[in-house]
Design a binder for this molecule. Structure first.
Ligand code: AMP
Ligand code: ZN
Length: 112
């Protein structure tokens, strides 16, 4: 799998850094966010390194659809199927890790 040196999420995907995984398959890993902002806060990442969601959409739209399917599954497994999906993109939007990741927020009624 293509990975970038010194990318923390590539290392999590490769199992080199521990994480609380909730789902894994050949293309993605989902694990609990270290600093949850909702009762259930899971990150879904592609195993292959992309800088942001726009790169995934441009280069592998099927993978982007798969990430949404996995988010949906997590929201059904851990709650009632309601969820918020957030892709922070760029510094001004609060992206701090430049390996694309979907924040799946669920597990409770979310504030607007
Ligand atoms: P963003 O600000 O959209 O780039 O999101 C990065 C997210 O990764 C933040 O919500 C962090 O709390 C989370 N995070 C950073 N390091 C880890 C880690 N080792 N395991 C789980 N979540 C992490
Ligand atoms: Zn990476």
């Amino acid at each position: 799998m293509e990975s970038e040196e010194d990318c923390i999420f590539c290392k999590i995907a490769a199992g080199q850094i521990p994480s609380q995984k909730v789902y894994e398959d050949d293309r993605v890993v989902a694990f609990r966010d270290l600093h949850p902002v909702a009762k259930v806060h899971v990150l879904v990442i592609p195993k292959k390194h992309y800088r942001n969601v726009g790169e995934i959409a441009a280069q592998d739209p099927d993978l982007l659809a798969h990430i949404v399917e996995v988010a949906e599954k997590i929201a059904k497994d851990e709650y009632n199927g309601s969820y918020r999906l957030v892709f922070n993109t760029g510094l001004d939007a609060g992206q701090t890790i430049f390996h694309a990741h979907a924040h799946v927020l669920t597990g409770e009624h979310l504030a607007e």
